[in-house]
Write a protein that binds this ligand. Structure first.
Ligand code: ADP
Ligand code: MG
Length: 140
């Protein structure tokens, strides 16, 4: 079982000044942060990150959103990190997210939903490598 996943604090949440509050939620839930950076994604990079969604009707709007300002990718560690992190963030649509989840408390819409979390161990490792070199990831 992998213990790492990729999180992104998305441009809506960074822009509203929620970065510190969201990192506090992540740490309070028992995750370790092994890597972090603030990046303003190019269109090419955002399209590459969300390539699996190319055919979805919301794809162009999603790329507009993800390139609208800086975001903060994080490498986070926890037992069963992928599932633990997705539980912490809640449903994609904040209107359906459980009480106490990050999306319930900080997201504004199904698109501008404050945070990303990888959906499988395989994708977590790919997504971590998409943003971080090994020198940028620090064992806790
Ligand atoms: P998740 O981020 O929960 O894994 P998906 O992988 O299905 O969700 O979608 C990726 C991202 O695309 C979402 O986090 C959200 O920002 C956006 N998105 C998903 N579904 C919609 C939708 N129906 N309308 C607009 N944006 C969407
Ligand atoms: Mg997803």
């Amino acid at each position: 079982m992998s213990n790492r996943t990729l999180a992104i604090i998305k441009p809506d949440a960074v822009g509203k000044g929620y970065t510190g509050k969201i990192i506090d939620r992540i740490l309070s839930a028992g995750f370790n942060v092994l890597g972090a950076k603030l990046v303003h994604l190019s269109r090419e990079k955002a399209e590459g990150f969300y390539a699996v969604h190319t055919e979805r009707p919301f794809f162009n709007d999603l790329v507009d959103f993800m390139t609208s300002g800086p975001c903060m990718p994080l490498v986070v560690e926890h037992d069963g990190a992928v599932n633990a992190f997705r539980t912490l963030i809640g449903s994609t649509n904040p209107a359906e997210a459980d009480e106490g989840t990050i999306r319930k408390d900080f997201a504004e819409s199904i698109q501008n939903n404050a945070v990303h979390g990888s959906d499988s161990n395989e994708n977590a490792e790919k997504e971590i490598a998409f943003f971080f070199t090994s020198e940028e990831i620090h064992p806790n």
